[in-house]
Design a protein around this ligand. Structure first.
Ligand code: SF4
Length: 235
């Protein structure tokens, strides 16, 4: 049997192993504080990292702290985060999120998620305005070291091309399927996620994947069924 015909479970483990070799295993350490990660991830939707950071620091400089951001006039907040896409949507979402946290927990902190079981923490986070599955899983994995799999555009695309998931699965389903196939330790999931992100940005890009340089070509459906046969070049 050719390697690309292996079952998805075996390919998922091979993908993880090959990317670990290519990009090196990294220790899972939170890159920023819990509230910082939550609000920055909300700001980052369809926005590059520099513009997201600019918006984040502008906001805190202008309004001082989360209390100030929560009570800021809406137009002023939207103006302050205007380096991001859709500031008019993000400003009220951030303020509503802050109000909900304050109302429910009595303080502007999400440290309590540390002790909360994964399912409950996911449910709590995804009811916040502007917080979807991707933001919730990123926060829970990166900051709270919970065993979840953030499925961003790179994880989704590469998983489909290699054949870990079918073309028509939803992001929610992809999250569950990948979790079932990968080692359950949060640090392993973290490495899988960041390696897929890096691979998607450098090699398996959306428009023209550089398959000839790819360590996954031996197990990849797209490479074996399309690229190796010259089908994509002929189109
Ligand atoms: S072989 Fe090509 S399509 Fe497959 S993962 Fe690598 S770059 Fe992407």
């Amino acid at each position: 049997m050719d390697a690309h015909q292996l079952p998805p479970e075996e390919k998922a483990l091979l993908t993880h192993e090959l990317l670990n070799q290519a990009y090196k295993h990294r220790k899972l350490e939170p890159r920023r504080g819990h509230m910082h990660e939550l609000i920055s991830t909300m700001l980052s939707h369809r926005t590059n990292h520099n513009d997201e950071e600019k918006a984040y620091y502008n906001m805190l400089e202008r309004f001082g702290d989360w209390e100030g951001v929560m009570n800021a006039p809406f137009e002023e907040l939207a103006d302050t985060i205007s380096t991001t896409r859709y500031p008019g949507q993000k400003a009220p979402q951030i303020q509503q999120t802050l109000r909900l946290i304050k109302e429910e927990r009595g303080e502007l902190s999400i440290d309590f998620l540390e002790e909360m079981p994964v399912e409950e923490a996911m449910a709590w986070l995804t009811k916040l305005p502007g917080v979807g599955l991707k933001t919730a899983t990123l926060l829970l994995l990166f900051n709270f070291k919970k065993p979840v799999m953030p499925v961003d555009t790179h994880v989704f695309r590469i998983s489909q091309r290699v054949g870990l998931i079918e073309a028509k699965v939803t992001a929610n389903k992809a999250h569950d399927l990948l979790l079932q196939m990968l080692p359950p330790e949060p640090e392993e999931l973290y490495n899988f996620h960041i390696h897929m992100l890096r691979h998607g940005q450098r090699i398996c890009t959306f428009y023209s994947p550089r398959c000839e340089e790819c360590v996954l070509s031996g197990i990849c459906n797209y490479y074996q069924d399309v690229r190796a046969k010259g089908i994509d070049k002929a189109a």
